[in-house]
Design a protein around this ligand. Structure first.
Ligand code: PMP
Length: 407
């Protein structure tokens, strides 16, 4: 028995995908050309699956800030903040995030994934109970597992189900932490923040909101779903990432809790990993500024999202949520999804292929994510590609393999 034999079934399924076309889970881009285009197989391809919501990855001011910081302070920090020290710029960024989010404190983590690990496993312990939305991102699943807390999942976006489960749980003095996302990464739907906040208040629980996909996207100031719903005071802890609207890498946890800093000595995902590099910190600091100075980016993002949503609905596609910068198109089965994904790519459009078990309810999805940097012409080109493909749908009947679908 080989130690990696346990993955044989997965490998077989993956090889099947490669027989049909390109590698969907790690597509090779020869060169990224801009926030919305890359060279793939020598062809200029529109990127419509990058979470680059505000299109800041090529913002000249962000790039300049990153370059300058790298030249001044080196390529990396080479260690964690508790062992190797904190750069002043880490603290400056934390203060900038806290100020923007109207919180008293923020902690920067090296990725958004680690922000969830650090915050969840830092906040909750074996004597606490976490109530998490069933469609939560894997970083939330991993964070709650690491916490050792009792975990109760409630039905996706169902505040009444959360209410029932909270009412049923024994109140033996355990702290209760509710965990939700602002916009869900797979289906692009929003959390019902008002209702969730009401339930949280009723049961005297804490609420943590992961605004990874809603920062810069929702709310008058772009602070996310809690801002949009007017319930920021109910969100005791906010988690977010630098890898989407802010166009870099890293993450944060923010709160008004006066004891938040204790996590710096208790959250393993903060303590035992290297801190963000100077160029990352400087880029994110500038991106945060750019985001606040440029509300038109959020408007353009939504205009693009609505334009593509309307176009796809008109064509007859099934979209999993109302218009949103994440448009998840549900297709009949895996073979269809793989075929359409490859066809789009051949014609110069890259979206995300999302298959079970990584999707809710076994859905086979093509996930588009829009950017403020997309031009109207690019949105129309994406739509035209979907229109051309629609003529070939529905594809072979259920049970067809991916290879059959292509033929
Ligand atoms: N939370 C959510 C909801 C996410 O979708 C993601 C990543 N897609 C993360 C956290 C992790 O963020 P990062 O990729 O920046 O580590």
């Amino acid at each position: 028995m080989d130690i990696l034999d346990k993955y044989d079934l997965i490998s077989k399924r993956h090889s099947g995908l490669l027989e049909v076309g390109e590698e969907p889970f790690g597509l090779r881009m020869e060169r990224v050309l801009s926030a919305t285009e890359a060279l793939v197989n020598g062809r200029t391809t529109i990127l419509a699956g990058t979470n680059n919501y505000l299109g800041l990855t090529f913002d000249p001011a962000c790039i300049a800030a990153g370059v300058e910081a790298m030249q001044a302070q080196g390529t990396g920090t080479t260690g964690s903040r508790i062992a190797n020290g904190t750069y002043a710029m880490h603290e400056d960024l934390e203060q900038a995030i806290a100020k923007y989010l109207k919180r008293s404190n923020a902690i920067v983590f090296s990725t958004g994934y680690q922000a969830n690990l650090g915050m969840l496993a830092g906040l909750a312990g074996p004597h606490d109970v976490i109530f998490m939305d069933a469609d939560s991102h894997s970083s939330i699943y991993d964070g709650v597992r690491l916490s050792g807390a009792k975990v109760i999942r409630f039905r996706h976006n169902d505040a009444a189900d959360l209410d029932r489960r909270l009412a049923r749980s024994d109140d033996d003095g355990a702290c209760k932490l509710i965990v939700v996302e602002g916009i869900y990464s797979m289906l692009g739907d929003k959390a019902p923040m008002k209702e969730l906040a009401e339930v949280k208040r009723k049961h005297d629980a804490y609420l943590l909101v992961d605004e990874a996909h809603s920062l810069g996207v929702l709310g008058e100031h772009g602070r996310g779903a809690a801002e949009e719903a007017g319930v920021e005071d109910d969100a005791d802890f906010v988690v977010g990432t630098f890898s989407k609207s802010l166009g870099a890498i890293g993450g944060y946890g923010a709160s008004n809790h006066p004891k938040l800093d204790v996590l710096r000595f208790n959250a393993r995902a903060y303590m035992y990993t290297a801190s963000c590099s100077p160029s990352t910190v400087a880029t994110v600091t500038k991106a945060l500024e750019r985001m606040q100075q440029s509300p038109e980016l959020q408007k353009k993002l939504w205009s693009n999202a609505n334009r593509l949503y309307d176009g796809l609905i008109e064509l007859g596609y099934e979209i999993c949520s109302p218009a949103s910068p994440i448009l998840a198109i549900r297709l009949k089965d895996e073979a269809t999804a793989v075929w359409v994904w490859n066809r789009l790519l051949q014609n110069g459009v890259y979206v995300n292929l999302a298959l079970p078990p990584g999707t809710p309810n076994g859905a086979c999805l093509l996930r588009c994510s829009l950017s403020a940097a997309h031009s109207d012409e690019q949105i129309d080109e994406i739509r035209q590609n979907f229109a051309a493909i629609m003529q070939h749908l529905p594809l072979p009947s259920e049970g067809a393999t991916a290879t059959q679908a292509r033929a």
